[in-house]
Design a protein around this ligand. Structure first.
Ligand SMILES: *[C@@H]1O[C@H](CO)[C@@H](O)[C@H](O)[C@H]1NC(C)=O
Ligand SMILES: *[C@@H]1O[C@H](CO)[C@@H](O)[C@H](O)[C@H]1NC(C)=O
Ligand SMILES: *[C@@H]1O[C@H](CO)[C@@H](O)[C@H](O)[C@H]1NC(C)=O
Ligand SMILES: *[C@@H]1O[C@H](CO)[C@@H](O)[C@H](O)[C@H]1NC(C)=O
Ligand SMILES: *[C@@H]1O[C@H](CO)[C@@H](O)[C@H](O)[C@H]1NC(C)=O
Length: 399
């Protein structure tokens, strides 16, 4: 009995304890649920807030992107806006990366092809704003390179801004080796092309800082250069490559001999003190070898070869030949610098002038194709300031 009472009492106590415990648990559960609910409400609203802010950011991004695209489209449109009403050109981000400082002061005398004149030197000076000197690392390990350049002296360059129907662009050009016969422009290397871009190959003599010394060049002084790429013989030269017959029928453009007048050497010595500040040549003797190499090719234009005296009157009128779009590969028929000496009494004896490495060289060529180099002088308008890339720049590299 006593035991059962005790047990009842215990049970009651236990019951109370349990009830209290449950109550506490359920209260605390209710509280936590309440707290949780409040917290989750806060979180939800925070999430909504964030979602809203994200959405607005995305919207902003999208509209910014659309704005950017619109701006880019506007810029592209602006860039491709025709320069004249008749013209619609596509533009690409291309402008010269450097400039050629060559021994060929004018187009006249500049070889028609690369490597014809091994002594023909030029410094290629890169614009360091556009290409840091590190761009040239490794280039000196090649013997030759390709050079892409602009035919900046083409007298018809302006016309290329016009609509093709008005540019007077000629599909066919006269070819020196065909004695005036014509070929489609893409079958020639004429400078008069729809895009006035030239391609040549040159020997790499040395690379120094932002400059290269090249030889065998056919590039006129001041030529803007677009690109340089290494010449890789195993893929750039094709043994079985074929060319048209007219290219191989040669000897039209070589001369019989080149000799110098008795006074020439002393005349050259006199000029040299001024010339050497700019020159890429070590000595008067080396420069004389250059003259010989240059004049061993008939550098006269086609009409000069055919009608030397006509050519002079044409020059005086400064009028281009009718419909002559091109004659030589690196020369403009319309703008050569040959002149006849004013006091030449013998009308058969035409004296030609060639500006080479800043020196004015006079020569004649007889009926049999013998060239006689008569005299040399400093040109009237000679910039005697020394050149930053003359022979002294390269002296150590050349030896
Ligand atoms: C070099 O390139 C920059 C940028 O294109 C140009 O502003 C500057 O005139 C160029 N310098 C020379 C010497 O061509
Ligand atoms: C030269 O071109 C003009 C138009 O540009 C043409 O009328 C004329 O017939 C051409 N002359 C020759 C000789 O081809
Ligand atoms: C060579 O040119 C110089 C300078 O122009 C001149 O003084 C000299 O008389 C010329 N010599 C000959 C032989 O024509
Ligand atoms: C070259 O010399 C000749 C005379 O010897 C002269 O007529 C001609 O103008 C000179 N050319 C230059 C660019 O000085
Ligand atoms: C260049 O020539 C002018 C006059 O002919 C002279 O005063 C000047 O000192 C010369 N400059 C150099 C670097 O020889």
């Amino acid at each position: 009995m006593k035991e059962s009472f005790i047990s009842e009492a215990n049970e009651l106590r236990l019951g109370i304890t349990l009830t209290v415990t449950f109550a506490v648990i359920s209260i605390s559960t209710a509280i936590s649920a309440y707290v949780f609910k409040r917290k989750s409400n806060a979180l939800n609203s925070k999430i909504r807030e964030l979602e809203a802010s994200l959405k607005s950011s995305i919207d902003k991004c999208v509209s910014e992107r659309q704005g950017r695209i619109r701006a880019q489209q506007a810029l592209r449109k602006e860039l491709t806006q025709p320069k004249s009403e008749n013209l619609k050109l596509a533009y690409y981000p291309m402008s010269p990366i450097g400039t050629i400082h060559s021994c060929f002061s004018t187009r006249n005398g500049t070889p028609r092809q690369p490597l014809l004149v091994p002594l023909a030197r030029a410094s290629l000076v890169f614009n360091t704003t556009r290409v840091p000197p590190a761009s040239l690392e490794g280039l000196a390990e090649y013997s030759h390179c390709w050079i892409l350049y602009i035919f900046h002296l083409n007298t018809d360059l302006e016309k290329l801004w016009k609509h093709p129907s008005q540019s007077g662009f000629k599909a066919k050009v006269r070819v020196p080796r065909l004695k005036g016969g014509k070929m489609g422009v893409f079958a020639t290397r004429s400078p008069h092309r729809p895009c006035p871009i030239g391609l040549t190959v040159a020997k790499i003599e040395a690379v120094h800082e932002n400059m290269m010394l090249l030889s065998g060049v056919d590039l006129v002084d001041g030529t803007p250069v677009l690109d340089v790429k290494p010449y890789v013989p195993y893929c750039d030269s094709i043994k079985e490559a074929a060319v048209p017959n007219w290219l191989t029928e040669d000897n039209l453009l070589t001369v019989t001999s080149v000799s110098f007048s008795g006074d020439f050497s002393s005349a050259l010595e006199n000029c040299w003190t001024i010339a050497e500040k700019k020159s890429l040549y070590a000595s008067p003797a080396e420069f004389q070898s250059l003259i010989k190499q240059v004049l061993s090719w008939d550098i006269r234009s086609l009409s000069q070869r055919n009608r030397p005296h006509d050519a002079i009157s044409k020059k005086e009128n400064d009028e281009p030949l009718p419909n002559t779009s091109d004659v030589d590969e690196h020369q403009d028929e319309t703008a050569f610098e040959h002149e006849r000496e004013q006091n030449s009494l013998n009308s058969n004896e035409v004296i030609y002038h060639l500006i080479l490495d800043g020196l004015n060289i006079s020569y004649k060529i007889d009926q049999d194709g013998n060239v006689i180099v008569e005299n040399v002088s400093n040109p009237v308008t000679f910039d005697n300031s020394s050149n930053s890339c003359n022979y002294l720049t390269w002296k150590d590299k050349l030896q």
